[in-house]
Design a binder for this molecule. Structure first.
Ligand SMILES: NC(=O)c1ccc[n+]([C@@H]2O[C@H](COP(=O)([O-])OP(=O)(O)OC[C@H]3O[C@@H](n4cnc5c(N)ncnc54)[C@H](O)[C@@H]3O)[C@@H](O)[C@H]2O)c1
Ligand SMILES: O=C(O)[C@H](O)COP(=O)(O)O
Length: 533
């Protein structure tokens, strides 16, 4: 039986043609994504779902999608898809990471000009026959400072366009290397310096826990008077209420907003404000970009549904059908090792070494390295996948070294990840047992045997009495059940660690209480995607 795909958002007709040519049955219902109930009713009939940003793929929808094997996002952001829920159900989520980058960068540049010269307002006034030549006094772009927050694919295109417009470009991105900044012709700065220097600020980060509300009243207070702010990335990066207050006071002279806290944004207090240029999430909407992403998503989804080939998947490695069964648990292991280090390392990472010992050295280590790197940078780049992770790591100037060696210890094989930042070196090793589940076997050179869970708490502490009691009591008092509790130390009375596998997230509000204890050096909540293990 031919696989069946539903296209539930507006996609170029190219996608439908490709599905048909490849032998995939396709239903093109571009308004269905907005009708949650109807979508819920029909989703069980499909093997694939092709979407843009309008379709919200919730856990409820995924649970109803009994046949679904692949979700294809014709675009970049997958924040409208519940990826852990899809992973748990073994559904691949793929995107098209580069197809609309230029187009979106151009939209941000268009916003810069629209704000500088009040083009939308002047246009409306002129169409109304008012000829208000004295009302619209603009500002020049040349010589102004453009602040780019998030200098990845889109941000770096905006940055180079800014340089071309004779602007001074300053960029803040924890993953931007000095070399890359030099290549782009931008000054790499800290966020506060960007706020202090920029005349125009443009956002190009994903929406993550770290970037949510990155522009709030406190941030705006650090900006120049008369700054102009552009958001063509994601609603939620800017606190709309704080922006409105600053637009009213004149602190912010103008805002170009393509994405909103709630979408579709049919009502929003920003609407009607004279110094706001608003577009309805049009960043990716050009004929060229839509052709790129439609073609790419239809090819990727057809290849997977017909041949089992995986590319540009967010939650699945690109591996062949033959090697898949043996490799799969080790791919997950590499990813959780990377995710551990990515979550506990605050400083920019300069070097990564991935050591494959024993049996792991004979596997597809390229896939395993990609998985480790994807896990490592996912806390900063939410939409990274195994295909894009190595490129992104390279662009950020992180040196990656692979070491293979014969079996050297009691384990048949294991993987050890070591990262270096300017100030420290951190390592973690793990293996898979016969149950196919990843285990952490060494952290900071300290041996342990820890099962990996979705929610974990990691502490570095003194090897002193009372640690088990402290952490056990705090978890108990907050109703968090401990599934597994591992301790390790380098020597009696020396450095020690604790790793707790919890049935629920450790409450953020009591982390400070734990950190305040004299025997605790650091405490971190960790999260791992253990779906499919
Ligand atoms: N408006 C639209 O229609 C439209 C179109 C395409 C993409 N987007 C959105 O644009 C955003 C950027 O896309 P991209 O392809 O450039 O992504 P990308 O992953 O290539 O780049 C994102 C960059 O943000 C950086 N970053 C992460 N956390 C940061 C932080 N706390 N502070 C500063 N920088 C941080 C990352 O290091 C990375 O370099 C995404 O949210 C995407 O969904 C919007
Ligand atoms: O992340 C993206 O690719 C953009 O937000 C584009 O969204 P759209 O496909 O709904 O226009």
């Amino acid at each position: 039986m031919a696989p069946r795909v539903l296209v539930s958002d507006k996609l170029s007709p190219t996608a439908v043609q490709i599905f048909k040519d490849r032998g995939v049955e396709v239903d093109y219902l571009p308004d269905l994504g907005k009708d949650k109930e109807k979508l819920l009713e029909v989703i069980s009939q499909y093997d694939g779902l092709a979407i843009r940003s309008a379709t919200k793929v919730t856990e409820k929808l995924i649970n109803a999608a009994t046949r679904l094997k692949v979700i294809g996002r014709a675009g970049i952001g997958v924040d409208n898809v519940d990826i852990p829920a899809a992973s748990r159900k073994g559904i691949i989520v793929m995107n098209t990471p580069f197809g609309n980058s230029i187009t979106t960068a151009e939209h941000a540049v268009a916003m810069i000009f629209a704000l500088a010269r009040q083009i939308p307002e002047a246009n409306a006034s002129t169409h109304a026959g008012k000829w208000e030549k004295n009302r619209f006094m603009g500002v020049e772009i040349t010589g102004k400072t453009l602040g780019v927050i998030g200098c990845g694919n889109i941000g770096s295109i905006v940055a180079t366009r800014g340089v071309g417009l004779k602007m001074h470009v300053v960029a803040f991105d924890p993953f931007l290397s000095d070399k890359r900044a030099e290549e782009l012709g931008v000054d790499k700065v800290e966020l506060d310096e960007l706020f202090a220097r920029a005349d125009f600020i443009t956002l190009h980060t994903p929406l993550t826990d770290k970037t949510r509300n990155i522009i709030d009243a406190g941030a705006i207070a650090k900006m120049k008077n008369g700054v102009r702010i552009i958001n063509c990335a994601r609603g939620g990066l800017v606190v709309e209420a704080d922006l409105i207050a600053a637009l009213k006071s004149g602190k912010v002279a103008g805002a170009g907003i393509d994405v909103f806290e709630v979408e579709p944004a049919e009502q929003n207090p920003l609407f009607g404000m004279e110094n706001v240029v608003a577009t309805p999430h049009l960043g990716a909407s050009t004929a060229e970009a839509q052709e790129n992403v439609a073609l790419q998503v239809a090819e990727q989804m057809s290849d997977y549904l017909i041949k089992g080939a995986v590319s540009n998947a967010i939650n699945m490695p690109s591996i062949t059908a033959e090697e898949a069964p043996r490799l799969k648990p080790f791919v997950k292991l590499a990813e959780v090792l990377g995710a551990f280090v990515g979550q506990v390392t605050e400083d920019p990472i300069k070097e990564v070494e991935i050591l494959f010992d024993g049996s792991t050295a004979t596997m597809n280590t390229r896939a395993l390295i990609s998985a480790a790197l994807a896990g490592l940078i996912r806390p900063q780049v939410a939409d990274v996948n195994m295909v894009s992770a190595p490129i992104m790591v390279k662009e950020r100037g992180i040196i990656v070294a692979e070491v293979k060696r014969d079996k050297s210890g009691v384990f048949d094989g294991y993987i050890k990840l070591t990262v270096k930042t300017e100030h420290m070196t951190r390592s973690i090793a793990g293996t898979c047992f016969s149950d196919g589940k990843p285990r952490f076997i060494q952290i900071k050179g300290i041996n342990l045997d820890a099962e990996v869970g979705q929610h974990m708490l990691y502490t570095t502490n003194a090897d002193a009495p009372g640690i088990i009691g402290l952490l056990g009591t705090v978890c108990g008092e907050n109703g968090v059940n401990i599934a597994n509790f591992q301790l390790g130390r380098n020597r009696p009375g020396g450095d020690a660690i604790a790793l707790l596998y919890l049935d629920a997230p450790f409450p953020e509000k009591v982390l400070e209480q734990v950190r305040a204890h004299t025997s605790i050096d650091s405490a971190k909540r960790l999260q791992f995607d253990v779906g499919g293990v």
